[in-house]
Structure formats: structure tokens, C-alpha cells
Ligand binder design. Structure first.
Ligand code: IMP
Length: 219
């Protein structure tokens, strides 16, 4: 089967490797933004994960002229009215480190009895003309009172996952992917990827200008 191209709207090598692994059995050649020359930064100023995922995927698809996949994710804490949400990466300030964000979260959660939280992930697959497919998943857990574990990134050390009785930072990468928001969303993409390929091919064919009726080849 003829391969399709898909660009991941990220420069993150870990994410790229993870997604390549998920889609390794399909006729798809996966690139990321580092495979192309400099392109303008995409501002993640949407109000929802969905807005941001679509914004990143459609921008990359339009500017590069090939289908693109983007994900957007973050932590949603019940007792904080859904914060940090789309601000997860910059909760403690524009260029805050993971440690600073985690420390701010623990401070905001001081004295709170309701520790319920969820990681959410939205994946958007867009074609250059605009249409997109969306996949969503969440993973429920609780916010600890102190960091625990050394693996992972972001809020992993303070996100306790009751079914495995560990924080995300105490899980191996394989264990985390099998239960995490991103892992579940990617598994859904993989389960439907045969149909996604057909959908992409149809959208690309629609976008091609129709051939003139009596076209002749001159060599
Ligand atoms: P991104 O959309 O994947 O770039 O994630 C945005 C922010 O959400 C990250 O900077 C982290 O703070 C947080 N986040 C998303 N996924 C995870 C995760 O799996 N573990 C810990 N933090 C995460």
C-alpha cells in the first residue's frame, strides 16, 4: 500500500519516538518539525485542550502541506476548579520548571481534602485544507502531599494512580503508557488508524484540482 506522510507538530524526541512506536505497523512515514526548516512558533492560547491540539495540528498541516498530528494535555484538579488545565506547562510562570509547577500545585492543595485529579489528552489529526479528527482520553488519580518517584516528567511525582498504588513517577515508561491519558488516546488512534488513512487519502484527493477533461500528455 502507498505510504502516507504524517508530520507530528512537535520537536519533542520522546513524544516522537512514542508515537512512531504506536503506529509502526501502518504504511505511514512519520516526520516531526525538526525534519523541516524553521517555521513560525505556534501559540498555545486556546481555552481547551481541544482548541490547542487542533490549532497545532491544522497550523502544521497548512504550513507544511501534509497531514499533521498534534496532542495537547495537562492536569485538571477538581478542588482547584479545573486548574492548572491548559496552563499546566506554565502554572508557576511563563518559563517555569517542572519542579516550580509541582511546588505551586502542592501549595495550592495545602489543607484540601478533595485530592481528585485527572490528566487529560486530546489528539488532533488535521489535513492541510482544515478538517480534523479528534481523540480524547483521561486518566484519573489523586494529588499527593509530597513528590514521590524519579521517572517521567511534569506533575508525575505528585500524581498518584490508585489502581497501581504508585505515583506516575514510580512507574516504568511502559507501565505509564499502558494507563496514561496520552497512551489511551494513542491506543484509540492506533485502533482506528486503518480508517484514518482512508479518511486522509480521501481529503487529499478532494483537495487536488480536477484534471482537465481532454488532458494530453506531451512527453
Ligand atoms: P503537553 O501538552 O504534552 O506539552 O503538556 C503540557 C503540560 O501538561 C506539561 O508541561 C506537563 O506539565 C503537563 N503534563 C502533560 N502530560 C503529562 C504527564 O504525562 N505527566 C506529567 N505532566 C504532564
Amino acid at each position: 500500500m502507498e505510504k502516507i506522510f504524517l508530520v507530528l507538530a512537535t520537536r519533542n524526541r520522546g513524544k516522537t519516538a512514542e508515537i512512531r512506536k504506536f503506529l509502526k505497523d501502518f504504511p505511514v512515514e512519520i516526520k516531526n518539525l525538526d525534519d523541516f526548516g524553521p517555521i513560525p512558533e505556534i501559540e498555545e492560547d486556546g481555552k481547551t485542550f481541544d482548541d490547542n491540539a487542533y490549532k497545532k495540528a491544522s497550523f502544521a498541516a497548512r504550513i507544511l502541506g501534509i497531514p499533521a498530528l498534534a496532542d495537547d494535555s495537562g492536569l485538571v484538579v477538581e478542588a482547584l476548579g479545573g486548574a492548572p488545565g491548559v496552563y499546566s506547562a506554565r502554572y508557576a510562570g511563563e518559563s517555569a520548571t517542572d519542579e516550580e509547577n509541582t511546588a505551586k500545585l502542592l501549595k495550592e492543595m495545602e489543607g484540601k481534602e478533595n485530592r481528585a485529579a485527572a490528566f487529560e489528552c486530546v489528539i488532533s489529526i488535521a489535513v492541510p485544507t482544515g478538517p480534523a479528527l479528534t481523540y480524547e482520553a483521561r486518566c484519573e488519580g489523586e494529588i499527593t502531599t509530597a513528590p514521590r518517584g524519579k521517572n517521567g516528567f511534569g506533575y508525575d511525582p505528585v500524581f498518584y494512580y490508585p489502581p497501581l498504588k504508585k505515583t506516575f513517577a514510580e512507574l516504568s515508561l511502559e507501565e505509564k503508557i499502558s494507563v496514561s491519558h496520552r497512551g489511551k488516546a494513542m491506543a484509540e488512534v492506533r485502533n482506528e488508524f486503518d480508517k484514518v488513512i482512508i479518511w486522509i487519502k480521501q481529503r487529499l484527493a478532494e483537495a487536488k484540482p480536477p484534471k482537465p477533461e481532454h488532458s494530453q500528455s506531451h512527453g
